[in-house]
Design a protein around this ligand. Structure first.
Ligand SMILES: C[S@@+](CC[C@H](N)C(=O)[O-])C[C@H]1O[C@@H](n2cnc3c(N)ncnc32)[C@H](O)[C@@H]1O
Length: 286
C-alpha cells in the first residue's frame, strides 16, 4: 500500500477492501462515487475484469458495498455504477440498506463498431442513494440545465395573476447525456473506462459542499478526485494498478515522478488546431 497526497486529496495504491477497512474512518465520508470493474472482460492493466459467475461478482461487490455504507456519514450519499446486466443484483442489495432516490441513465452516442444483430448498448446505469432520505445534501440550484420545451418562442405562464415567462431552467431529470471520453479530448488518459469530468462535476456539485470529503474506491485515472479538487472538496481515491495510480498522481499535481520515473501525460499524435485548448474546470459543463 502507498499513500501520497496534497492538502485536498489522498491517492492510495492498494486493494479497495483492505484500504477501506484500514484507512478510512467509519461515518466520515459525505459522498461516495463508485465505478467498479463491470465483470465484462475488460483489461485494466494487470487485472482482467471477469468473474467465474455473476453470483461471484455480486458477492465481491456486496463486500465493498457494505464497507462503503459503513464509511458514509449519516447524511451521506452514494452514486453507484456497474454494467446494465449486473445492476439488478446491486440494486436489490442496496435498496435494503440505503434509500435509492434516482435510477439514472448515463446515455451517450458511439462512433465505435455498432451491433448488427441486436440493439447496441448506449447507456450505463447509475444509482443515486442516500442514508437518510430526510437529511442529505442536494444543491439543486447549482446544477440547473436549460428546460427544452420544444417551443420556438418564449412561452408565457398565464396561471398567475401577472403572466410571466416560463422558467427556462430545471433540475436535470434522470437521463443524462454526456459524451464518453475520447482520445481527442483534453481530459483523455490511457485507461479503458475513464468517466467524463462533466459527469463527476454534476454529481459532486449537487451532492456535496465545499470542504466535504468525497471517496472513490475504484479511482482509475482519479477523475473523481480531480473534479473534487477543482470544486474545493477533499477526496480519497483508491486504485490497485500502479499504471493508473501514476496517472492520478500527475493529474492531481501530487507528484512529478514516482520511483525515479517522470510522470508524463499520454503522448498524442493529434494536436488540436482550433478552439480553446481546454474546457476543463469551467462553468457550463453540466
Ligand atoms: C471502471 S474503472 C474506474 C474508472 C474511473 N472512474 C475513471 O474515471 O478513470 C475501475 C478501476 O478499478 C480498479 N480496481 C479493480 N479492482 C480493484 C480493487 N480490488 N481495488 C482497487 N482498485 C480496483 C481497476 O484497476 C480500474 O482502474
Amino acid at each position: 500500500m502507498q499513500i501520497l497526497g496534497n492538502e485536498l486529496c489522498l491517492a492510495i495504491l492498494g486493494d479497495t477492501e483492505e484500504v477501506l477497512d484500514r484507512q478510512v474512518a467509519d461515518a466520515s465520508v459525505d459522498l461516495i462515487f463508485v465505478d467498479p470493474p463491470y465483470n465484462i472482460g475488460k483489461r485494466f492493466s494487470n487485472f482482467y475484469d471477469k468473474w467465474p459467475s455473476d453470483r461471484e461478482y455480486a458477492e465481491w461487490c456486496y463486500r465493498w458495498l457494505d464497507l462503503c455504507i459503513k464509511k458514509l456519514k449519516p447524511t451521506g450519499s452514494m452514486y453507484l455504477m456497474t454494467s446494465t446486466q449486473a445492476m439488478p443484483y446491486l440494486d436489490l442489495f442496496i435498496r435494503e440498506k440505503l434509500t435509492v432516490l434516482s435510477r439514472i441513465i448515463w446515455a451517450y452516442d458511439s462512433s465505435g463498431v455498432q451491433a448488427k444483430k441486436h440493439y447496441g448498448s448506449l447507456w450505463e446505469p447509475i444509482l443515486f442513494c442516500v442514508k437518510d432520505k430526510k437529511n442529505y445534501t442536494f444543491n439543486a440550484d447549482e446544477i440547473l440545465v436549460e428546460a427544452k420545451t420544444g417551443a420556438r418562442r418564449g412561452l408565457i405562464d398565464y396561471r398567475s395573476d401577472i403572466p410571466k415567462p416560463y422558467n427556462t431552467k430545471k433540475v436535470p431529470g434522470n437521463v443524462w447525456e454526456f459524451p464518453r471520453v475520447r482520445y481527442r479530448m483534453d481530459e483523455y488518459e490511457r485507461h479503458p473506462s475513464q468517466k467524463p469530468e462533466a459527469l463527476l462535476r454534476r454529481i459532486i456539485t449537487s451532492s456535496s459542499n465545499v470542504g466535504d470529503l468525497v471517496l472513490d474506491p475504484f479511482a482509475g485515472t482519479f477523475t473523481t478526485c480531480a473534479v473534487a479538487q477543482w470544486l474545493g472538496r477533499k477526496s480519497v481515491g483508491i486504485e490497485f494498478q500502479e499504471e493508473y495510480y501514476r496517472i492520478g498522481l500527475r493529474r492531481l499535481n501530487i507528484a512529478g515522478d514516482l520511483n525515479g520515473e517522470k510522470l508524463r501525460p499520454p503522448a498524442k499524435t493529434y494536436v488540436r488546431k482550433n478552439g480553446p485548448n481546454s474546457n476543463r474546470g469551467q462553468a457550463g459543463l453540466f
